[in-house]
Ligand binder design. Structure first.
Ligand SMILES: [Zn+2]
Length: 212
């Protein structure tokens, strides 16, 4: 691990000024802003990272965020660099973000999540007292999961395969709870607190992974 010296606490905490550093082998520009979540972008032409981070977020949280998403980041860096090179040659420079989920990667992620769900589902259907009619796993751009209470169908985002399992568990419990309550009102929140007392903490941690 290599963390640039300038990635110092004092400098990094100064709001508004971009602070450039090396995280492992990647050039990273961190800007502190009055925001709630961390945002990460892979920028052309070299595939460096631009991160907007909440003012109070610890440097270690940012480092861990980058490291837990490292395989995704490497893939995006590769694409950005290829696209930039193609553009430099006078061709189009498309960013094929939608192609992240290759058939192979989809297969691996589905196998992993299916194994995780084999363990999680019996436990949580017993706690919640409801079972889904089906669970489908697919890559989604804007949400971690969804549930149609009328049909009992639950969909979970394949991205959950890439982050700690506690978040798959949280999203599963969230969607199962929708089989009792369709919205996110008081009844939903009461049940979530009953099933998973630290759900609000998990939700806010999960929100830090929003990087699309
Ligand atoms: Zn919901």
């Amino acid at each position: 691990m290599t963390v640039g010296r300038r990635y110092g606490r004092q400098q990094a905490r100064r709001s508004g000024e971009p602070v450039e550093t090396l995280l492992d082998d990647i050039r990273v520009v961190v800007t502190r802003k009055p925001i709630k979540n961390l945002y990460l972008r892979v920028k052309p032409p070299d595939g460096h990272l631009e991160i907007s981070a909440p003012q109070r977020m610890a440097d270690t949280t940012i480092r861990n965020f980058v490291r837990t998403r490292r395989s995704w980041i490497d893939e995006m860096r590769n694409r950005v660099q290829v696209a930039a090179a193609v553009g430099a040659l006078g061709g189009d420079a498309p960013l094929p973000l939608a192609e992240k989920w290759t058939p192979e990667r989809t297969r691996v992620a589905k196998r992993q999540m299916t194994a995780q769900l084999d363990a999680l589902l019996p436990k949580w259907t017993a706690v919640v007292g409801k079972s889904p009619t089906s669970i489908s796993l697919r890559a989604m751009k804007t949400r971690w999961g969804s549930c149609t209470p009328r049909t009992g169908r639950i969909r979970l985002n394949l991205e959950l395969a890439d982050i700690p399992e506690q978040f798959l568990e949280y999203v599963l419990v969230h969607e199962l709870t929708h089989l009792h309550a369709s919205g996110h009102g008081p009844q939903f929140q009461r049940l979530m607190s009953l099933y998973l007392p630290n759900w609000r903490q998990l939700r806010s941690e999960l929100n830090k992974y929003v990087i699309f």
